[in-house]
Design a binder for this molecule. Structure first.
Ligand code: ADP
Length: 465
């Protein structure tokens, strides 16, 4: 592109420059020829007038002018000395006098019948000449005077000037080419930068950006390019994150399957032996049954997660009081078993848009986690309140709490802060993943605040604005 523009501009400039030089030289030639023409006409007039006077004087003295022409013309020929011009006098269609002429003269033109009118013509050749011919007024109409102006000097001066102009043009060309090249470099620099930045992005360097200078069109292109690069980078990071989460899910899932299956296989192998004491047999089957039940609940939870991903829930108006009442019925017994006080509170009737079944799963999971984390005699509070246009539901416990680092992972599938403890309590590490899925389906935000050893608050914000 740059090369093509360079050559195109250079050729156009070359054509323009040479045309200008040609036009200028033609103007110079024209003005020189005009000057010579004026001079020749003036000389012709002066000599013709004076010659007629001389001829009259001779004729009065009875001497025929035609016979004394050589003598008469000597003065004028002398007058022209030092110039390259020449004179010739015609009588009755014949040259009767010719000075030293720069060129051979053609025959005198026949009487034009135009009286005093003079003929002016340019004769090309070597040397080029300007001919001015005019016949004399009556009674001398048989006579005519030719003034031959030599154009050699005018034409060669013009040729010289023209050559100098073309030479100057030829010298200007490399200078012009140099400055044009520098200018195009400057003009095309942003394009070169865009090209190299896109090449870097194509190679995987998504952080590559363009410098934005000024407020012109180039700056706007650079700005838009940077926005595009930013979007591409964000999308790539998101895709990488999704891929990483998927891989982590697969790794965790295979790990979660392998451990109980290995243990179940080991216990089953042990049971195969004939001499297993009755007490051990009971313990083994108990373990196998509890692990199978955990795997079963994991399978159900995974199914729940798949369903959440693939189907939109049927929405309805859900009364929060109804949601709390259903949860209380279910969780009350579990809380009582652990000796924990479970309380529900809400200031007034609140309505949520969503799916009651899914909202129950979400709330009960959060309460279940709170109960698991709380010591006996403590309290778990569930409360709902409006906040601006939004509705907030909180589950607060005074249990073991979590470190900030642990808090940032708890919504990941299979993540458990204390694996042994969670396993003993029948946890799979999928509960909060499911909660997050349900919250997202309801355009709600699920957040946690927690302090190690002090307790945790799970907060759901349902946006209604
Ligand atoms: P689990 O099936 O183990 O309960 P979850 O996804 O529900 O899995 O929770 C992930 C982990 O987050 C739990 O194993 C637990 O360690 C931690 N956790 C969740 N809620 C609380 C809470 N209220 N207090 C302390 N830890 C919690």
């Amino acid at each position: 592109m740059k090369k093509r523009t360079f050559f195109a501009v250079l050729i156009l400039f070359l054509i323009f420059l040479n045309s200008m030089i040609l036009i200028a030289s033609l103007v110079i030639l024209n003005s020189k020829l005009s000057a010579v023409r004026e001079r020749c006409l003036a000389e012709h007039y002066v000599i013709a007038s004076s010659l007629i006077g001389d001829m009259q004087a001779l004729e009065q003295r009875g001497i025929p002018a035609a016979e004394s022409m050589d003598r008469l013309m000597r003065t004028y020929t002398h007058y022209l000395q030092g110039r390259e011009d020449g004179l010739a006098v015609a009588f009755s269609g014949e040259w009767i006098y010719r000075s030293a002429l720069p060129r051979e003269v053609p025959n005198p033109p026949p009487d034009t019948g135009h009286g005093q009118e003079r003929l002016v013509c340019l004769e090309d050749g070597t040397p080029p000449v300007l001919l001015v011919y005019g016949s004399f007024p009556a009674p001398w109409q048989d006579y005519g005077l030719l003034y031959m102006g030599n154009l050699d000097e005018a034409v060669s001066t013009w040729r010289h000037t023209k050559n100098i102009l073309f030479l100057a043009g030829a010298l200007v060309m490399p200078v012009m080419a140099f400055f044009l090249f520098q200018f195009l470099n400057l003009l095309f620099r942003p394009l070169a930068q865009i090209s190299s930045a896109s090449a870097r992005i194509a190679e995987g360097n998504y952080k590559s950006r363009l410098p934005v200078q000024g407020k012109d069109e180039v700056a706007s292109v650079a700005h838009n390019f940077n926005l595009m690069a930013q979007q591409v980078e964000a999308q790539i990071l998101q895709l990488q994150d999704i891929a990483r989460q998927k891989q982590q899910f697969i790794d965790n899932f295979s790990h979660e399957l392998r451990i109980p299956l290995t243990a179940i296989y080991g216990y089953a192998e042990y049971l195969q032996k004939a001499s297993v004491p009755e007490e051990d047999r009971y313990e083994c089957t108990q373990f196998i049954m509890s692990e199978c039940s955990r795997l079963q609940s994991m399978a159900y939870q995974l199914l729940d997660m798949a369903l959440l991903r693939n189907s939109a829930p049927e929405e309805e108006d859900c009364d929060v009081a109804e949601l709390f009442a259903g949860s209380e019925k279910l969780m009350h017994v579990r809380a009582a078993e652990k000796g924990i006080r479970l309380s529900y509170a809400m200031p007034r009737s609140l309505l949520l848009r969503g799916n009651m079944d899914q909202l129950s799963i979400l709330l009960n999971n959060l309460i279940d986690n709170a109960l698991k984390a709380s010591p006996p005699e403590s309290e778990v509070r569930v409360r709902a309140r409006p906040e601006g246009a939004d509705i907030i539901i909180e589950v607060e416990d005074h249990g073991i709490g979590m470190e900030p680092e642990q808090l940032s992972h708890i919504k990941e599938a299979f993540y458990r802060v204390d694996k042994g403890r969670s396993r003993a309590l029948g946890g799979t590490g999928l509960g909060l993943s499911i909660c997050e899925g349900i919250a997202q389906l309801h355009q709600a935000e699920l957040t946690f605040s927690s302090r190690k050893g002090e307790g945790t608050t799970a907060r759901l914000r349902f946006f209604r604005g």
